[in-house]
Structure formats: structure tokens, C-alpha cells
Design a protein around this ligand. Structure first.
Ligand SMILES: Nc1ncnc2c1ncn2[C@@H]1O[C@H](COP(=O)(O)OP(=O)(O)OP(=O)(O)O)[C@@H](O)[C@H]1O
Ligand SMILES: [Mg+2]
Length: 378
């Protein structure tokens, strides 16, 4: 074998190559990955996960809503973990989609200066709190210059002049959310170079340069997030209140077994198993059908609005580690469906390949954050 391993491990101990952490504080677990760059390649140095359930008197896999103090305790414990051996504190941190407000609005064509004045006023219509309480960011979505698409008419049917519109992506974060994450970072002795909403992290680790619209489905514990991305730009985002924990709940109820047992069973057998004559697939299908039919509605709405087909569906998040889920999804969408591999852009040791393929989709956010952190160091 070439000196793949020696490269990997010398990366760990070489003080020249800066290492960074990507941190994802999910509702059911915290995920971290440590990356560095060597000879133009990004290297996975270590990674780890810590379930938050036990910090809230719940079991593994269950969603929590913890105080900043509890989160700090959990982050510190994960960083201390000998097996993880995180050797840097330089990091980026993901902020949950649920703490953000993201929307695409249409405005008349105008200069960036005029937009900068108009957007805070327009944004008031979409943001349920005073605008002074949020940090606002925005991005003008470039026009699709596809020669096949219809030119926008500049007069309506009655001959009246219609101003050409432009779409603007608006992102808002409540100041309290930013303060909470600052607090978590400083009290955990981390050196965060940025915060970013988890969508953008997932996009970075999972997407290549797809030219056609892609639907990303992040199946978390009690929620599933849907993002439609076109040419690297987020065009639509939604959240469904159902995820992996709902599957465990259904299994526990149907089989009359405690939640922790149902969680283990689900992770071991996935959709392929059978218990006491009951097929797991038939039990979990309730949740999956709901998630995939909502996802299909989002796809159809997008196709109708923009007259473009979503060409690919990619599943990530712990819920998508369920064995057999990609096949069920294939039957639910009329397009290509695949399981995302967050480590695809990262060089990792061969002995980890299997485990990363199985538990990998949970790390889509943390890998994406760490990739940006590396870029920012350059
Ligand atoms: N191997 C597996 N098979 C099936 N389900 C799994 C597996 N591993 C994890 N899960 C499920 O994935 C869910 C957690 O996913 P994930 O870690 O992406 O959520 P989270 O990031 O904590 O939540 P959120 O993003 O909603 O805040 C849990 O419900 C867990 O049961
Ligand atoms: Mg998550």
C-alpha cells in the first residue's frame, strides 16, 4: 500500500498543517469532525458524536431542547473524549435551520444600493419580530439566462409596463440566537471563526457543481429539513415535523417495547427486519410516507413555479442511515435518489470506510462547517 496511512497520521502531528473543527449541535446529538489540508487534499483527522438524550433524562436518539449550560457541558465532554482526541479548538459552528428565517422574495429590479435600503423594509413582512432584533443577510439570485427559458415580458396583457423583477434570498437570525451561540463557544473554550446556518454547511459537503435543481433531505430526530438548491444557490427551504424519533416511537408502540430497545432495533435491522412476525418496514412506513409525500409536494410546487424539474434527491441526516431507506425513497420520487456521502470530499483511512458509509450521513453538517473553516484559514 502507498504511504496513505503515514500521510494521514503525519498530518495529525505536523504543526505546520492547521487543523480545524466543524461543530454541529443537533437536537439529538452533537457531531464534530476535525479536518486538515495536506498537499491539496482535505484529510479527516478525527470525528465524534455525543448523544444529548441523557443530558435531558431521555434516551439515545431522542431530541432535546437543552439550556446553554447543558450544551456547554456536553460540548466540553465531547472535546475531552479520549477516543475522539480533538487537538484543535479553532472551529466553525452550525446554527439550526429552525432558529433561522429564510425566504426568497421578489423585488423590482434596482441597484444594490437601493436594495440595501429596501430589503429591511420589505423583510418586515416576513419576519415576525422587530427588525432591530435580527441580523439580516441577503443575496440577489442571478437571473437564469438559459436560452430556452421564456424572456420576461415587459408589458402585461393590457399593455401596461411591468417592471422586471429580481429574486432575493433573505436570511435572518435573531440576536438572541447569536448571543446564545457566542456564549456556548466562549464557555466551551472554543475559537469560532464563524457561525453559519446548517443548510449552507450541508450544501458544501454534499453537493458538487450540479447545474439542475437538487432536493436535499436532512432527516433529523424530530424534524426533516428540505432544501432545493439550483446551481449552488438555495432556492427553497422547508421543515417537516417528523424524523427518526417518530420511527422509534412507532416501533416502540407497535411492538410494545421500551424506546431504548426500539432505537437499538431500528439501528440494527433498519427496514429490512422482522420481529415477532411484524415487518419493521410496515411500522416505519407511516413516518416515511408522510416525509416523502411532503417532500414531493415541495418538489411539485417548485416545478410549477419555475417550470423546471428537480433532477436529483439526496438523503442525509441520521434518519437516512436507516437501512433500506434509499430504496423506499426511490419508489416515492420520480427522479434519481441517492444517499449523500459527506466524506466524499475528504480523504479518510480505509479502515473507516465501512463505518463512515453507515453512520456518515449524520455528519453532513459538521463536515460542511469544517470545510469552510479550512477555506477561511487559507
Ligand atoms: N443507523 C441508524 N439507523 C436508523 N436511524 C438512525 C441511525 N442512526 C441514527 N439514526 C436516527 O437519526 C436521528 C438523529 O439524526 P441526526 O443526528 O441527523 O439528528 P439531529 O441532527 O440531532 O437532529 P436535528 O437536525 O433535527 O436537530 C435519530 O432519530 C436516530 O434514531
Ligand atoms: Mg441535524
Amino acid at each position: 500500500m502507498p504511504n496513505f496511512f503515514s500521510n494521514l497520521f503525519s498530518g495529525l502531528f505536523n504543526s505546520q498543517s492547521k487543523s480545524v473543527l466543524g461543530i454541529d449541535i443537533g437536537s439529538s446529538s452533537i457531531k464534530i469532525v476535525q479536518l486538515s489540508r495536506r498537499g491539496g487534499r482535505v484529510i479527516l483527522e478525527t470525528y465524534g458524536e455525543l448523544s444529548l438524550g441523557p443530558y435531558a433524562g431521555k434516551s439515545i436518539g431522542e431530541a432535546t431542547n437543552l439550556s446553554a449550560e447543558k450544551i456547554i457541558e456536553a460540548v466540553q465532554n465531547l472535546l475531552k473524549e479520549k477516543e475522539v482526541n480533538a487537538t484543535t479548538r479553532i472551529c466553525g459552528v452550525a446554527i439550526p435551520f429552525s432558529s433561522s428565517l429564510i425566504t426568497v422574495i421578489e423585488l423590482p429590479n434596482q441597484s444594490l444600493k437601493q436594495l440595501a435600503e429596501m430589503i429591511p423594509i420589505e423583510a418586515r413582512k416576513y419576519i415576525p419580530v422587530p427588525i432591530s432584533e435580527v441580523a439580516l443577510d441577503w443575496y440577489v439570485i442571478p437571473k437564469d439566462r438559459n436560452p430556452e427559458s421564456e424572456p420576461t415580458p415587459n408589458t402585461d396583457r393590457d399593455g401596461k409596463i411591468v417592471l422586471e423583477k429580481q429574486e432575493v434570498l433573505i436570511v435572518a437570525l435573531h440576536n438572541d440566537t447569536i448571543t446564545r451561540y457566542h456564549d456556548i463557544v466562549t464557555k466551551s473554550a472554543l475559537q469560532a471563526t464563524f457561525f453559519e446556518i446548517e443548510i449552507f454547511s450541508t450544501m458544501r459537503s454534499i453537493l458538487d457543481q450540479e447545474l439542475t435543481p437538487v432536493l436535499l433531505i436532512d432527516m433529523g430526530a424530530t424534524s426533516t429539513k428540505l432544501y432545493i438548491v439550483e446551481r449552488g444557490i438555495l432556492r427553497s427551504s422547508h421543515m417537516i415535523n417528523s424524523g427518526g424519533q417518530n420511527m422509534t416511537n412507532e416501533l416502540s408502540k407497535s411492538l410494545g417495547i421500551p424506546l431504548p430497545e426500539a432505537e437499538i432495533l431500528k439501528r440494527e435491522k433498519g427496514l429490512l427486519g422482522e420481529i415477532n412476525g411484524i415487518e419493521i418496514k410496515n411500522v416505519i412506513t407511516v413516518t416515511l410516507d408522510y416525509i416523502f409525500s411532503e417532500a414531493n409536494r415541495t418538489v411539485l410546487a417548485y416545478q410549477k413555479k419555475y417550470n423546471k424539474n428537480v433532477s436529483k434527491v439526496i438523503l442525509v441526516g441520521g434518519g437516512s442511515a436507516l437501512k433500506g431507506v434509499v430504496d423506499v425513497a426511490k419508489g416515492s420520487f420520480q427522479t434519481e435518489v441517492l444517499g449523500g456521502d459527506p466524506f466524499a470530499k475528504v480523504l479518510s483511512p480505509a479502515f473507516l470506510e465501512k463505518v463512515l458509509r453507515e453512520t456518515g450521513p449524520e455528519f453532513a453538517v459538521s463536515v460542511g462547517v469544517a470545510l469552510r473553516c479550512l477555506q477561511e484559514l487559507e
